[in-house]
Ligand binder design. Structure first.
Ligand SMILES: Cc1ncc(COP(=O)(O)O)c(C=O)c1O
Length: 395
């Protein structure tokens, strides 16, 4: 075959998820749209908040010249100043526009960060279960993922982390609220993580960057998700508006580098250069101009909360074991059998589509997405009951 061997093998490895999508389509055609419950993807079904549309209209109709041209690669200064100001209010630090780089979503942000940071063989520590794209993002630049176990409740296991930290560790990557578990790391945990990384950076004589991937930071229920910046100096945030403004298709996000990062100056220049080298050039202009206009707008979290409660309560009632998510829009219950792939296959036979835990480096579990209409989730509940019966969780 005439394509990259790496991509060829990635295609083979991703065939499980591809097969699932194909199976969903096949089943929808066979049984009808309303009979298939595809709870496998995290693509928000809700429309962006009203402010998004009204301000986009204003921007499109504005006769200001030059707004569609190239700009500084890091993005419009006005947008970056706006984000820096927001971070200063939140953290008490002194971010400036040069600490903010606008990106094509969080995925784009992470690629830019890894391009700027990694040498071949460098390790990036992640915590199981984790968003599997991280493997590809890190491998793109010759880095290697080192996956560390978490506790039963999916919170950080500091002893396990300490064991894996070494001179090869270039970065530790966290994701809170977490996809797929919905877990949020508390101030205390982040402080402990910051202390450990500070101590290890000093011991190894090099900065270990703490990267926080936080596209779900504002999708929270009873509690908020604390910022990493007050807890560690060598901190970098990668985030996007894909989930809180429900517009993943518009590809807008940013990188924020702590003004206290030990390699701050080189890293920010390196990240902007990486943005160009990777061919992103700059983040979409229209979306950058939109952000300061919509301020703190966020999708209505009430349907997500209802969906979470509905699904969580039902799953517990019918015998599944699951942590109640504090944020994001996924549940990550234990599979009733060890073989999560076989379990997902059995669910498929009932027209219920979900993602096996193996897809997040954590076999023995499965992920349910609940970013759908509540009515859709309600209709899926009897199918979960049938599934529980099949595995003798209830009579
Ligand atoms: C944990 C995590 N990180 C990053 C991304 C990528 O987000 P974006 O659409 O902003 O690139 C996603 C998307 O689902 C995600 O779940």
């Amino acid at each position: 075959m005439g394509i990259s061997t790496q991509i060829e093998s990635s295609i083979a490895n991703s065939s499980m998820i591809r097969k699932m999508f194909e199976e969903g389509d096949r089943r929808r055609q066979l049984y009808g749209e309303d009979k298939v419950f595809d709870l496998s993807i995290g693509n928000p079904i809700f429309e962006p908040p009203a402010e998004v549309q009204s301000n986009l209209l204003k921007l499109i109709q504005s006769d200001e010249r030059g707004t569609h041209r190239y700009m500084p690669n890091s993005g419009f200064p006005k947008t970056r100043q706006y984000i820096a100001g927001m971070l200063n209010d939140e953290t008490g630090l002194s971010f400036g526009e040069n600490d903010i780089i606008m990106t094509a979503g969080a995925g784009g942000a992470l690629n830019v960060i890894f391009k700027a940071l990694l040498n071949p063989g460098d390790e990036v520590i992640v915590f199981k279960p984790y968003f599997l794209e991280y493997n590809a993002y890190v491998n793109n630049y010759g880095g290697e993922i080192c996956a560390v176990k978490t506790r039963e409740d999916f919170q950080l296991d500091f002893a396990a982390l300490e064991e894996k930290l070494s001179v090869k560790t270039k970065a530790v990557l966290i994701n809170s609220p977490n996809n797929p578990t919905g877990v949020i790391y508390s101030e205390e945990e982040l402080a402990q993580l910051g202390q450990l990384l500070k101590h290890k950076s000093a011991e190894f004589g090099q900065a270990i960057s703490l990267i926080s991937d936080e596209p779900y930071r504002r999708i929270v229920y009873e509690t908020t998700a604390p910022s990493i910046f007050p807890h560690y100096e060598n901190a970098i945030v990668a985030t996007s508006y894909s989930k809180d403004l429900a517009m993943p298709g518009e590809r807008i996000g940013y990188i924020a580098i702590s003004p206290k990062h030990q390699d701050h100056d080189l890293l920010s220049v390196g990240a902007v250069l990486s943005l160009r080298i990777l061919g992103f050039v700059n983040a979409p202009a229209l979306m950058q101009r939109l952000l300061p206009l919509v301020g703190n707008a966020c999708v209505d979290l009430a349907p997500y909360r209802s969906n979470r409660d509905l699904l969580y309560n039902h799953l517990i009632k019918i015998g599944f074991s699951c942590i109640k998510p504090a944020g994001a829009f996924y549940l990550f219950p234990k599979s009733p059998i060890e073989d999560d792939l076989a379990f997902i296959e059995a669910a498929q036979q009932l027209n219920l589509l979900m993602v096996p835990g193996s897809g997040f480096g954590m076999p023995g579990y499965f992920r349910i997405s609940f970013c759908f209409e509540t009515e859709f989730i309600e209709r899926s509940l009897p199918v979960f009951t049938d599934l529980a019966r099949q595995y003798h969780l209830i009579d």
